[in-house]
Every structure is written in structure tokens, then in C-alpha cells.
Ligand binder design. Structure first.
Ligand code: NFS
Ligand code: SF4
Length: 640
């Protein structure tokens, strides 16, 4: 296929669908984020700049031209710095608490339930890494010990996190020297809250240093454990085909959407919907079958493990309901709009919350328990099927747009794909020498030869401060043209899927080098690595490249980019990516720019600690230009 023949969905087409859905919202008497955003204007400047403090009840205190300190004497730098650290701590807490749920599920795993061991090799690898005896022992005894060891990482009174040992020696030394090695996960979160309590740390550099540390407790702690345990329980993802965008909803099927982050609940929903019993029941009720679809990071989890199609990302959650075609929306935790309560009231959609962590008015609450999960899921699926009869066809509008996507590229899959390829004299050839197998060397050789210029980890959310998905897609397309490979997670991944960039045909949009790599290796130019907790996979990918290349991680031409980020989790992530030694390019201003010192610290100051920092630019064209320049500068330093 030639480039001109590709007919991928454009952002403008996606926006036209949104406009139509918003009109339907008006007709249905429903409210959307677009309306609420309008009502919020103008947004508070003090909050935006991070210089309003309400940490104690002497406040709120705001920094103004006539008052440069709060009542206690905290200045703009202390106030903005404390907020920033609190955001990082909340983000780290969220990912890590999700991981804790996974650990508890692993602790309850047994061969006769749906929570059994699906990746024994990974379990054994981690058992060996953590010094847990497995020889001659029952698989589930080992699994339970691994779960307990993981749980201990949250609260151990002494030492630092075990996963740090996966990093390069150079990184481990930097972290130790700079005193940013995270101790127990919960301790870093707790210490961050303590440090930011009234009357504690007022020194911005110290607050930024702790932000790196609490971020590390996420990336090299909670998220890493969460990802590993999910793989053990539900299988390490493998490459598979799926589709993305609202067009994956079906007119003649029971549409059930799973939304959130914790894969335990959504896995059970998917497995329940696949049973013959439920399929038969759906047909009995006049539907052609059950169509499971995912939203946000839950979508990534079930797409990578089951090929479940992705209905959209963060700012599309209301659009999905507005199609009028969803029988049930089941959510677990994080990134769920409370607006879904009143919104689903305007339609026949049943809105189900499942976690005590995310109770939302207007939802039906079904407390999800590991022991009864599968039965609970079956009951919910049956209820969704019963609700099919209540769909009002006059209210249904399913936009037609959807695109094919190849998903499921964790590190293991990337290595597998590379195993068939090696590089001789700067040219990628198929079926390489034996010693190249099981490493990133073919990719490194391609980077050294300049066939690939480098790689970018594209991550993060949507944010109404910019055109939803535009920055993601615009930046990814430019990177592809410049022979820069993209790995992606979270809502950035769904943006790529919706725009067709995750399809294998998208290689036609790439520069010659990247196109050749995609053709030879048989991969799309945008590699889907999973949900946001799976950015821990990206840290291991970058570590693997640095190890196989034998250069410091700060030197490899690999960077991170979050052009539309919004959540506190993103702040935790950005901090651990920087702590890991990778530069991060942000398309949304962190809420600290009321303090020049804070801006200096996060863009430049951290470079003295970890060798990396932020570049912030809200213009996507300028941001991608900076990324390419950053990658080329790293290449120059390596003399390649
Ligand atoms: Ni990440 Fe996933 Fe999306 Fe942002 Fe929310 S779904 S954990 S936080 S909005 S990428
Ligand atoms: Fe005001 Fe200080 Fe209290 Fe913050 S901690 S609200 S600046 S008095």
C-alpha cells in the first residue's frame, strides 16, 4: 500500500464525531465535559501557578504582588514545591495501591479458581530474583510466598526496594549517592505527606528531591510489582490484533464497556462474557452476541491479553455513553468521571462501580471480591444482556470510525520480535547470528547505524487544555517520519490506535529507516506496551538497552513524552522517568510556574541529581522539534 492510499481517521473526523455526540447530549438533557469546561472559565490563576496554599486552616494563603508569603511565612517556592510533591505522592499511592490489590489477588490464587498462575516462567524468575525457594515446591506455595514478599515491599521497616537491583550498576550508584533510593513504598508516600505538612520542609530543592524518590517508589516499586503480578496471574501479553475508536461498538450486540485500571475485575468480565452460557443467553435475548470493549488503561490491559477492542481514551468516556448503545459500563479505579452517574441516567446504560476506592453517586455498587469474582462477573454480564431490550434505538448513534491496531509488545515480545533479526554492516537482515538472540542488540545496531535515530516513550492522558489527541497524534506522526520508534502506554496508546498508527500499514508513514525496520521485524512503528503501570516495562526496556549497549542510560537516545498529561499519576511517572535518567518532554505546564525556582529545579536542577530533566512546551510542533533535537544531541555525544 502506498502512503497516499492510507485513509486513516483524522483528528478532525474524530472531532466531528464528538460535536455530533455533544448535540445528542443536549437533546438527551445530558451534560458533557465540554460544557463544564466552559462553565469553569476563567480557571483560577493562583491554582494554575501552584501558589495557593490550603495545607493548614490558617489559610488559604495566596502569593500576590502585595503578599509574597503565606501567614506562616511560606513563600511561592515552598507552596508550589509542596503541591508538586503531594501530586507525585498521590500518583505513586494510586499506582502502588493498585499493585497491592494485585498482590492480594496473587496471595489468594489457586488452581481451581479464575485467579490461577498463567505465567509460571515469570513467577519462577521473580522467585529466584527475590531468593524464594521453588525447587520441589508446590507452584501455589511459591506464588503465595512471592505475593507476601511483594506485600512486604510496601511496608518493610529497613532497606530499599528490591526491584532497584534490576537497574544498571550506574543507576543504582546514582540513586544511592543522591539518597533517592526509595525505601518501602508506603514509607515514601507517607514521608512525602509528612514533609509537606504545615511547618515542615519549605526548601524547594528538598521537595523536588523527594518527588524523585516517591516517584521511584512507584516506577521501580508499585508499578513494577503491579505489572509483574498481573502478568503472573493473567499472562504476560503477546502481540495480537485489535481495533480502536467508538466504531468498535456494535448495533446488534450487547455492548459492555470496562473502564479504569485494575485488571482483576475486567479480566473476570471478559472471561464471563466469553462463556457459552452467556453467549447463548445474549442470543436468546435477541442480540447477536456480547461485545466487550475497553476504556482508558483497563482497555490496554484487556486488549493486550485478549484482543478486546478499545472504545477510546480518557476524554472519550462520556462519548461512549452518548452513543446510547452501551448496556453496561463497569468501572474499577482511577480516571473515572463522576459525571458518568448523571450521564448514564439520561440513557439506559447501567453504571457499575466495583471498588471501595472509587464509589460514585448514581452507580450500582457491586463490591468485587476475589473469591466470588467470576460469579459476580457472570451476574453482571447477564444483567447487561437483560438491559439490551431497554436500548432506545432513537437515541443510538455509533460513529463509524475505528482503526486496526497491533497491540501487546511488552519487553518479552519485543525481544522475541528482535530475535529473528540482526544487523550486519548497518543493514538489518533477517535470521541473525545466534549470539544476538535474547537481547536488544539488533535494535541497538539499528540505532547506531542511524537506521533508527532513537526511541520515544509516548505516555499520558488527554487534557482539555489542548485539543484532545491532537498533540499525541501530531507528535507521533512527526517522530515516525524522522525514523524514531515510539513505544506507548495509557491514553496515548489509544490515541495512536484511533489514528491507525498502531497498524502495521502505518509503516508507510515512516521515514525509510523506520519503515525498513518495521518491515523486517514485522512490527508497527508504534509499539503498544500497555497501561500506565506498564511504564515500568519501559524503564526495564531502557535499562536493557543501556546494559546491552554498555553505555549509561542517560546517554542512550531514548526519551519520554507526555504531551496531554493531567493526572497525579503522571507527575509520579515523570519523576521516576527523570530519576531513571531519561529526559521527559511535557506538553502541559506542571502547576508550579508561580515559582521560578521550581521551574528551574524541574527543568534543570534535576539534571545534577539524575542526569535528566523536563522540557516543557505547550505547542506540540515545538515540543516535537525539541524531542528530535534532544535525540540528535544524544547521538552526537555518543559520536554516532
Ligand atoms: Ni494514565 Fe490510565 Fe489515561 Fe492518564 Fe488516566 S487512564 S494510568 S492517568 S487518563 S493515561
Ligand atoms: Fe498559609 Fe502556611 Fe497554612 Fe499554607 S501552611 S495555608 S501558607 S499558613
Amino acid at each position: 500500500m502506498r502512503k497516499e492510499e492510507l485513509n486513516f481517521t483524522t483528528v478532525e473526523q474524530m472531532e466531528a464525531d464528538t460535536v455530533r455526540l455533544c448535540e445528542l447530549a443536549d437533546e438527551a438533557g445530558a451534560e458533557t465535559w465540554q460544557k463544564r469546561k466552559e462553565q469553569q472559565q476563567p480557571q483560577c490563576k493562583f491554582g494554575e501557578q501552584g501558589i495557593c496554599c490550603r495545607i493548614c486552616s490558617m489559610g488559604p494563603c495566596r502569593v500576590t504582588p502585595k503578599a509574597d508569603r503565606g501567614i506562616c511565612g511560606a513563600d511561592a517556592h515552598a507552596i508550589a514545591g509542596r503541591h508538586y510533591l503531594r501530586m507525585a505522592a498521590a500518583g505513586s499511592a494510586s499506582h502502588s495501591d493498585h499493585a497491592r490489590e494485585m498482590a492480594h489477588a496473587l496471595l489468594k490464587s489457586n488452581p481451581d479458581s479464575q485467579f490461577n498462575i498463567r505465567d509460571e516462567a515469570k513467577l519462577m524468575r521473580i522467585a529466584a530474583e527475590w531468593g524464594i525457594e521453588s525447587e520441589g515446591r508446590d507452584l501455589y506455595d511459591v506464588a503465595h510466598d512471592v505475593a507476601l514478599h511483594g506485600l512486604n515491599e510496601f511496608g518493610k521497616p529497613f532497606g530499599t526496594l528490591d526491584c532497584l537491583k534490576r537497574a544498571t550498576d550506574e543507576r543504582q550508584k546514582v540513586w544511592a549517592d543522591q539518597e533517592i533510593e526509595p525505601r518501602a513504598i508506603d514509607r515514601e508516600v507517607c514521608t512525602s505527606l509528612h514533609m509537606t505538612h504545615m511547618g515542615n520542609t519549605a526548601d524547594a530543592p528538598t521537595l523536588v528531591r523527594q518527588s524523585l524518590r516517591v516517584g521511584m517508589a512507584d516506577g521501580w516499586g508499585g508499578s513494577m510489582i503491579g505489572t509483574d503480578f498481573s502478568d503472573i496471574l493473567f499472562g504476560t501479553p503477546t502481540a495480537r490484533a485489535t481495533e480502536g475508536n467508538l466504531g468498535v461498538l456494535e448495533n446488534d450486540m450487547v455492548n459492555i464497556v470496562v473502564h479504569g485500571h485494575d485488571p482483576a475485575f475486567s479480566e473476570m468480565m471478559v472471561l464471563a462474557s466469553e462463556t457459552k452460557e452467556m453467549q447463548d443467553y445474549a442470543r436468546e435475548k435477541g442480540a447477536k452476541g456480547i461485545n466487550m470493549a475497553g476504556l482508558c488503561c483497563t482497555a490496554n490491559e484487556v486488549a493486550m491479553r485478549h484482543g478486546v477492542r478499545m472504545v477510546g481514551n480518557f476524554l472519550q468516556q462520556e462519548n461512549a455513553v452518548l452513543t446510547g448503545a452501551i448496556e453496561m459500563m463497569c468501572v474499577d479505579v482511577q480516571c473515572i468521571f463522576p459525571a458518568l452517574g448523571p450521564l448514564t441516567d439520561c440513557f439506559h446504560t447501567i453504571f457499575v462501580t466495583s471498588s471501595p476506592i472509587a464509589r460514585i453517586p448514581g452507580s450500582k455498587y457491586v463490591k468485587f471480591e476475589t473469591e466470588t469474582a467470576f460469579e459476580q462477573a457472570k451476574t453482571l454480564v447477564a444483567e447487561a444482556i437483560d438491559n439490551f431490550a431497554n436500548r432506545d434505538s432513537k437515541k443510538v448513534f455509533i460513529p463509524e470510525h475505528k482503526e486496526a491496531a497491533a497491540v501487546g509488545y511488552p519487553c518479552e515480545q519485543i525481544i522475541l520480535e528482535l530475535d529473528g533479526v540482526t544487523n550486519s554492516h548497518g543493514v538489518l537482515t533477517v535470521n541473525g547470528e545466534k549470539e544476538e538472540r535474547g537481547s536488544y542488540k539488533p535494535a541497538i545496531d539499528a540505532i547506531r547505524a542511524g537506521v533508527l535515530r532513537g526511541a520515544v516513550a509516548m505516555v499520558g492522558c488527554n487534557n482539555p487544555k489542548v485539543r484532545p489527541d491532537f498533540s499525541h497524534i501530531d507528535i507521533m506522526r512527526t517522530l515516525m517520519e524522522h525514523d524514531i520508534l515510539v513505544v506507548t502506554t495509557g491514553c496515548a496508546a489509544q490515541a495512536a490506535a484511533k489514528a491507525g498508527l498502531m497498524s502495521k500499514e502505518a509503516k508507510e508513514l515512516c521515514g525509510d529507516g523506520l519503515k525498513r525496520v518495521c518491515t523486517l521485524v514485522g512490527i508497527p512503528p508504534i509499539l503498544h506496551m500497555g497501561a500506565c503501570v506498564d511504564i515500568s516495562r519501559m524503564m526495564l526496556l531502557a535499562t536493557g538497552i543501556a546494559k546491552d549497549w554498555d553505555v549509561d542510560i542517560t546517554k542512550i537516545p531514548v526519551v519520554g513524552c507526555a504531551p496531554e498529561w493531567m493526572s497525579e499519576k503522571a507527575v509520579a511517572i515523570a519523576n521516576y522517568v527523570v530519576a531513571t535518567g531519561l529526559d521527559v518532554y511535557l506538553g502541559i505546564q506542571p502547576q508550579v510556574h508561580g515559582s521560578e525556582q521550581m521551574i528551574q529545579l524541574i527543568t534543570e536542577g534535576t539534571r545534577e541529581i539524575s542526569g535528566a530533566g523536563y522540557t516543557i512546551n505547550t505547542d506540540p510542533d515545538e515540543l516535537v522539534k525539541a524531542i528530535i533535537e534532544g535525540i540528535e544531541a544524544k547521538r552526537k555525544l555518543l559520536d554516532i
